[in-house]
Design a protein around this ligand. Structure first.
Ligand code: NAG
Length: 274
């Protein structure tokens, strides 16, 4: 617990640094811009080879698209174009209302957390919009770390259900989802929603998802990550791969990224992959 608090403290400090330079002045704790959510800058990593797939990658709490793009640029996936948006700065309950880059509001991260559906929908729509102009012969997917993994999984459930939480239609044809050290928003009601129609169940059954989680994660509890994977599987997502990483905390390691690289190359049928 002490470790978790230290982590949050570290993050809120990182946040403060970021906010001090870049936060729009109307973003005060407790208030929300009437113009809606203002997303930060989007960074794009162009494919070094033939463009076969595009993946939107979502950063964790307090981070930004720039640091994601640096990590992804180093991966041996020349056929993927990476789009790395930056979340809006908003007051975050977990940080006592302190403003931070976050895809949605979140309090204590546990199975009992309350879902900020409005924030989730706004970010899922922003992500879908980023993918909406990709060429039709390019496969599209979503991935992320921590809170970024949560919004990636939320988007995936919207894809299967064919609609956002607010009922608006979801129109992107997702082909792969990657979630590292994250969780599944709306996990309690997913099963009944998926079972509501054959078409929804069919989309869920064929959606490839890879999830990885460190067993020593003290920010997003390992049990919650595992439960999220089980919930997806029980709701009818038949292609969920869940990878525990023994002793890993709330970060990624090269071995894990290698596994993601191989999984993406094979699931997306990328050229030059073995
Ligand atoms: C992005 O976040 C990193 C920390 O992950 C920080 O060092 C960097 O300054 C941030 N960049 C921008 C453009 O905010």
């Amino acid at each position: 617990m002490k470790e978790a608090l230290k982590e949050v403290e570290k993050r809120s400090k990182a946040c403060f640094g970021f906010i001090a330079v870049a936060a729009p002045s109307h973003m005060n704790p407790g208030s929300r811009s009437t113009r809606g959510y203002e997303f930060g800058r989007t960074y794009v990593v162009r494919p070094k080879g033939k463009h076969q797939a595009t993946i939107v990658w979502l950063h964790g709490l307090g981070d930004n698209g720039s640091s994601s793009s640096q990590l992804l640029e180093s991966l041996p996936l020349p056929n993927i174009k990476w789009i790395c948006p930056t979340a809006p700065s908003r007051p975050v309950s977990l940080l006592g209302g302190f403003p931070c880059t976050a895809w949605f509001d979140v309090g204590e991260i546990s199975e009992d957390l309350h879902d900020d559906i409005e924030g989730l929908d706004a970010s899922a729509a922003h992500i879908a919009n980023l993918l909406s102009t990709e060429p039709t012969d390019v496969k599209v997917g979503i991935g992320g770390f921590s809170m970024g993994a949560a919004i990636a999984l939320y988007s995936t459930t919207c894809y299967a259900l064919g609609r956002y939480g607010n009922g608006h239609p979801y129109t992107i044809n997702l082909r792969a989802t990657v979630g590292l050290s994250g969780w599944l928003p709306g996990w309690r009601s997913l099963r009944s929603k998926i079972e509501s129609s054959n078409e929804v169940a069919r989309r869920a059954a064929s959606m490839p998802i890879i999830l990885a989680h460190g067993t020593s994660d003290d920010v997003v509890p390992y049990q919650f990550g595992e439960k999220s994977a089980q919930t997806l599987a029980m709701a009818g997502f038949r292609q969920v791969m869940f990878k525990p990483y023994e002793g890993l905390g709330h970060y990624t390691v090269p071995k894990e990224m290698n596994e993601v690289v191989h999984w993406l190359a094979s699931r997306l049928g990328l050229e030059g992959s073995r």
